[in-house]
Write a protein that binds this ligand. Structure first.
Ligand code: PLP
Length: 228
C-alpha cells in the first residue's frame, strides 16, 4: 500500500489538476465532486485519504463496502458510493448502504431499489453504455427513458454515469463524455428530471471529462497508486 504521505500528496495533486481543468473550462471547481475509487484498497489507505480531507469513496462490491464501512465507522463524515455493477438480489442491502448508487442499468434494478424503500430515499444515477461493444455494464442510450419512468416518484435519479471504452489516450474518451452530456440535455428536457449530475472521468481522463461537464469524477490509481 502507498504511505499516508504519498496518498495525501497525490490527493493534493489531483485536487490541483481538478482546479486547473475547471479553470480552463471556465467552471467553478466546487461544482466538481471527487469520489475516490477505493476498490481493493485497505481501510488504512481510505483512512489516510479521509485524514487528508477526502469525503467521498466509491466501492465496486456491496459486501466489500459494507465490511470497510464497519471498520471505518468512526469516520462519520464519509459518504459511500456504489460505482460497480449492482445485482438485483443485492438491491435491498445496497439501498441503505450508499449515499449514491452510480450504476442503475435496468428497469428491474430500479424497481428493486424502489421496493427497498429506505428512508431517506435512494439517490442514484443511470449508468449508460455508450461504447456498446467494449463494455458490458450500463444500459444503451435508448433504454434510459424507461428507467427514468420506472423510478418516477420512487427513486431520486440525480443524473447519468458512464465508463468509456478503455484507451491509453485521454482524448479518445472525449466523444463519449460529450455524448453523455448531450443525452442528459435531451432526457432532462423530455423527462422532467433535472439530471444535474454527470459521473464521468477516471485517473487517465478526468481533465477531459471536466471540460465536457463532469460533476463527479471517480479516481482511484492517481491517488492510491496502482492496484495490487
Ligand atoms: C476503478 C474504477 C474507477 C477508477 O479507476 P482509476 O483508473 O483507478 O482511476 C472509476 N470508476 C469505476 C466504475 C471503477 O471501477
Amino acid at each position: 500500500m502507498s504511505t499516508r504521505y504519498e496518498i495525501a500528496e497525490r490527493l493534493e495533486i489531483v485536487r490541483a489538476r481538478i482546479g486547473a481543468a475547471a479553470y480552463k473550462a471556465r467552471r467553478d471547481a466546487s461544482s466538481i465532486r471527487l469520489v475516490l475509487a477505493s476498490k481493493t484498497q485497505p481501510t488504512d489507505a481510505i483512512r489516510a485519504a479521509a485524514e487528508a480531507g477526502a469525503r467521498d469513496f466509491g466501492e465496486n462490491y456491496v459486501q466489500e463496502a459494507i465490511a470497510k464501512r464497519a471498520e471505518l465507522a468512526d469516520l462519520t463524515e464519509i459518504r459511500w458510493h456504489l460505482i460497480g455493477h449492482l445485482q438485483t438480489n443485492k438491491a435491498k442491502t445496497a439501498a441503505s448502504a450508499f449515499s449514491l448508487i452510480h450504476s442503475v442499468d435496468s428497469v428491474r434494478l430500479a424497481e428493486a431499489l424502489a421496493r427497498a424503500q429506505p428512508s431517506p430515499r435512494v439517490h442514484a444515477l443511470v449508468e449508460v453504455n455508450l461504447g456498446a461493444e467494449a463494455s458490458k455494464s450500463g444500459v444503451a442510450p435508448e433504454g434510459v427513458a424507461a428507467i427514468l419512468d420506472a423510478a418516477r416518484g420512487k427513486l431520486e435519479i440525480d443524473g447519468l454515469m458512464t465508463i468509456p471504452p478503455p484507451s491509453p489516450r485521454a482524448e479518445a474518451a472525449r466523444p463519449y463524455f460529450a455524448r453523455l452530456r448531450e443525452l442528459r440535455d435531451v432526457l432532462a428536457m423530455q423527462s422532467g428530471y433535472a439530471l444535474s449530475e454527470l459521473s464521468m472521468g477516471m485517473s487517465d481522463d478526468f481533465e477531459v471529462a471536466i471540460e465536457e461537464g463532469a460533476t463527479i469524477v471517480r479516481i482511484g490509481r492517481a491517488v492510491f497508486g496502482e492496484r495490487a
